[in-house]
Every structure is written in C-alpha cells, then in structure tokens.
Design a binder for this molecule. Structure first.
Ligand code: PMP
Length: 343
C-alpha cells in the first residue's frame, strides 16, 4: 500500500480566501489593473504552439530597465512564490538551519518545512519591529544556511532601513533572501547593489504595485554566481509566454506605473489616516504603513472581520490582528464607514 511521505502527510495547504465578495481587500493586490491596450499587441504576437523563452529575456530586460539595473543579474519566475520554492528546495539540504522572523510571510516557513530544514522562526519585538542586533547574534550563534524575510514586511507593514539590512547581510555567510515584494511603496531597496554581495538574493514581483497578480510573474536579483545557479535549477519553461509578453509590455510603461504607484500611496495614506482616527478613539495603536496595507490589533478581530464580511467586504484576519489592503477611494470609504461601527 502506498503511503504519503511523512513530511507532507499532515501538511496544511495555504488557503487564500475564496468566495464572492463585493470588495476584496484581503490579498494586497493593486486596485489599478494596467489597461488592456498596453499589452494586447504583445499578446497577439505569441505563438501558442511554441514553448516559452526559457530565459524570459525580453521580460527580464524590461524589468531591469524599469529599475535601472543590469538584466544579467535578473531571473524571472512564476510569481516570486515559485522562486521561494526553488530556493528552499535547491539551495537547502535536509536538516539545514533556516532563520525566519515572526510574524512574516507564511510561505517562508511552509517551504522551508517542505524542504525538511531545521527552521527557527525568531519572534519580532512586541511592537513588531525587528531587533537587528538580536538577528545578527542569532545568525552568528549557529551554522545558519539561509535567512528569509520581507522588507517592508507582510503582514506588519513595517520597513527596515537600508543600512540595517546591509548590516544583517554583511554579518553572515548564510544566504539572505530579501523579499522586496512591497518595496515599491517604500524606498529602502537594495536592488541596485544586489550584485555586490556574495550572499544576497532579492525577490520582486509584478503582483503588488504593478497590478499584475493574475500573470504570476516574479524576479530574483543576485550576483552572477547565484543567478547562474538559480537559472540552472529552475524548470526550463517556468514563465508562460502570455505572461512574459504582457508583463514585458506593461513594464515599458514606466510613467503609467509610477502614476499608479502615486495613486496607491495616496489611497494607502487616506486609509491609514482615517483608520488611525477611529483607532485612536478606541485606544488601538496603528503604525504608519510602509506597504499598500494597514495592520493592527483591534479589541475583537473576529467580530470586525465577520461584520465586514457580512457587508460583502473581505479583509484578512491573522490571529488577533487585521490586515486591510488599500483599495479604490470608494472601497476605502466603505471599509472605513463599516469599521467605525464595528471597532
Ligand atoms: N512575498 C510576499 C511578502 C508576499 O506578500 C507575497 C504575496 N502575498 C509574495 C511574496 C508572493 O507574490 P507572488 O504573487 O509574486 O507570488
């Protein structure tokens, strides 16, 4: 009789929220999809009978140009999620020590466990900030092979200054996987200097600021040696041709993307200011967000979550905390009006 491998026998799958909701503010997507006219011609030129370009050359070049970096340090993936899977399964061996911080994006622990690593998830401070000295001390206390964290962080929406991140990378021989999925909303990226480190890999995505979550396009940026290794272990046709063509075309419209970024930031600021006012009156603290979402601990997260759901508004509940993505101005107004009655 066939029995499942022990490591996946009791695995709980990642379950994104499903169902029909009028307003979706649960997945940190952009509320501004790129206009179809910007990529329709690119789609027309795709030959569906042919395999995709395994190097996703045009896509990597468009991405590199948008950020002012060299495409030779860039590898495309099927969402940054696939890159996390590749890193955990190909850059780690069973039993290797991996450090993550808690709370952080849950897939880090998931993939590290799947790769049968020896995982330590180090708690953040009470206020959710990262104690950089403690992280460095932990890295140096044992033979860690990898550190993975998001900056700015999902779910806390807090960012770490560039200099602190550099300090962490320089303090260790472990591979630092720096997930900058939300860095477009802040400005402390190390993307321009990724190639200068021998132990850094930066992850980026088209799913957040760029409004292309449906395409599943992510990127890794690292020095030549790490890039060559990533390219050699990834599956050959990991990013499909339609996604490559559409994302490459959209990425050439830098002005549109920067204009959308401004709109998302002003939506985020409006949501933050208005929620802060409600929270202050109820004695709830709310930190300034460095991403496109807010994160806070109300008195009764379950009530607020269910109350919003009953009004057709989906947000994310994480234990005693709530995470709300900045939506369109109308969506934000609705969520604020409903939250004022529920909080
Ligand atoms: N990293 C972080 C921090 C995220 O929040 C997400 C998406 N929720 C991802 C990576 C995965 O993004 P992608 O759509 O590129 O797979």
């Amino acid at each position: 009789m066939y029995s499942l491998p022990e490591k996946i026998e009791n695995l709980v799958p990642y379950e994104p929220c499903s169902g029909e909701y009028r307003i979706r503010l649960d997945a940190n997507e952009s509320f501004l999809p790129p206009d179809f006219s910007l990529y329709s011609d690119a789609l027309k030129s795709v030959s569906l009978n042919r395999y995709p370009d395994s190097t996703a050359e045009k896509l990597c070049e468009s991405f590199a140009k948008f950020y002012g970096i060299d495409a030779r340090f860039v590898t495309a993936s099927n969402g940054s999620d696939e890159m996390l899977f590749i890193l955990a399964n190909c850059f780690l061996s069973r039993g290797d020590k991996v450090l993550t911080l808690s709370p952080d994006f849950s897939m880090y622990d998931f993939y590290a466990s799947l790769a049968e690593c020896n995982l330590y998830s180090m708690p953040k401070r009470e206020d959710m900030s990262i104690d950089v000295d403690a992280v460095i001390k932990e890295l140096n206390s044992s033979n860690y092979r990898m550190l993975i964290f998001s900056n700015p962080c999902n779910p806390t929406s807090l960012g770490l200054a560039r200099e602190d991140v550099r300090r962490i990378i320089n303090s260790t021989d472990a591979l630092v996987v720096l997930d900058e999925a939300y860095m477009d909303f802040w400005d402390e990226s190390l993307i321009e200097e990724a190639q200068n480190y021998d132990n850094l890999i930066i992850l980026r995505t088209c799913s957040k600021m760029m409004g292309m979550a449906a395409l599943r396009v992510g990127f890794a940026v690292a020095n030549d040696k790490i890039t060559a290794a990533v390219r050699s272990v990834k599956s050959p046709y990991n990013v499909n041709s339609l996604s490559q063509a559409a994302a490459a075309a959209v990425l050439t419209h830098g002005d549109m993307l920067r204009s959308n970024l401004k709109k998302i930031i002003s939506s985020r600021d409006w949501l933050y200011e208005n929620m802060k006012e409600i929270c202050e009156n109820k004695g709830i603290s709310l930190s300034k967000p460095a991403t496109n979402f807010i994160f806070f601990k109300p008195k009764n997260a379950a009530n607020v979550f269910e109350g919003l759901k009953a009004k057709g508004i989906l947000i994310r509940k994480m234990g005693d905390y709530l995470r709300i993505t900045a939506g369109s101005p109308e969506e934000n107004k609705e969520v604020i009006a409903a939250a004022a009655l529920l909080l």
